[in-house]
Design a protein. Sequence first.
Length: 188
Amino acid sequence: MDVSEPASISSGIAERYAMAVFDLAKEGKELDKLEANLDDLSAALASSPELTDLIHSPVYSRDAQANAISAVSAKMGLTKTMQNVLALMASKRRLFVLPQMITRLRDLIAEEKGEVTADVASAVKLTAAQSKELAKTLKAKVGKDVKINATVDESLIGGLVVKVGSKMIDTSIRSKLNSLQNAMKEVG
């Protein structure tokens, strides 16, 4: 049995919905509103285990999912396009691909704006000034506007791990200690 198949099916479903939403938002000149909607949806999914359960659990009927997601999206003030797509996804039992669709939509919007996203892990939370300076430095290297997606990983001890596309820069103390440990193993 090929376990990668369900993941590729899910990503294909998410891709189709994302492209449809993106095209409609672009046509209606609502990309900025769509981007704000994506931030709101991501925050809601991250902070609400009930919402996450709703989109993933097969226990809820189509009607229950559709009613719940319609109420949530209206309360959040999502655009009509996004509300309609979420209702359609619920009626087709496709809400489980919502996180993947959000990720793909962000990629499409960034591509449209000429931006790239840098995933940055640091030992402590970056200040606004540090994020701005890092974005400026990365823009000089990459040649595009850079949006910082910052996370905190205390196991790094210090320094940063920056991923932009397929490139990764690891300046963390953890990686330096690991390198030193490996060098000492070779000597001894």
